[in-house]
Design a protein. Structure first.
Length: 221
């Protein structure tokens, strides 16, 4: 298969598997999404979705959030991990949103990246899922699958994002990055990987990946 044919196969398979795409993090507006994505760093969506209702019951907007101290925020979000840094980030960005943006979340990635504890991936998720602006946030699942499928060299997430934006049509970025995440979780995980279930990698995966998989299953072959 040519590279173009592989890309077409991956897109069509993902669209058939996920015609309706669930959003992993529960939220109701750009601010609550921003907080949820920030909390998800080095944590799981399941854990974050258990904690955000407790946090948002006290403060679901920047004005209420700054009524709490960073320590009070930290006590609520402790289960998601990295709570000292995240609580300071949540308090700090809420204060900035009030002072600079009338309490609204900006729609520009560059402005979002200037907020405390907000990196490129978090900013990309927010503009994509909250505002519908084309972006391609790269998480561990996307990074892994772009390499397995031979679409990127796997050196770093910056290169993976660049390759994804080059290969995939811009108009499907927002859906596609979520589809790849769900596929990675359900069909092509890092651990407990079953190639027979992973229909895309089995069809288009790069040879070294496939050879390493089969060797791991048959170490004496």
């Amino acid at each position: 298969m040519t590279k173009a044919e592989k890309v077409k196969f991956a897109i069509e398979t993902l669209q058939s598997l996920y015609p309706t795409i669930p959003v992993p993090l529960d939220h109701k507006d750009p601010y609550t999404l921003l907080i949820a994505v920030l909390l998800s760093a080095q944590s799981t969506d399941v854990r974050v979705n258990k904690i955000t209702p407790l946090l948002f019951a006290k403060a679901d907007n920047p004005y209420d959030m700054v009524k709490m101290t960073a320590d009070e925020i930290r006590e609520i979000i402790k289960p998601v991990g990295l709570s000292p840094m995240k609580s300071k980030g949540i308090y700090g960005l809420s204060k900035i949103l009030i002072e600079k943006y009338d309490g609204q979340v900006p729609q520009e990635i560059e402005l979002l990246e200037q907020l405390p504890a907000v990196g490129h991936k978090t900013a990309s998720v927010v503009v994509s899922q909250a505002f519908g602006i084309p972006a391609f946030p790269v998480d561990t699942h996307i990074h892994r699958l772009m390499y397995r499928w031979g679409f990127s060299n796997g050196k770093n997430v910056v290169q993976t994002e660049r390759d994804a934006k080059r290969l995939f049509p811009k108009e499907i970025w927002n859906d596609l990055h979520l589809q790849i995440i769900w596929y990675g979780r359900e069909y092509s995980p890092a651990r407990g990987w079953n190639l027979e279930k992973d229909i895309i990698t089995k069809k288009i995966g790069r040879k070294p990946v496939l050879q390493a998989y089969y060797k791991s299953k048959n170490p004496n072959s």
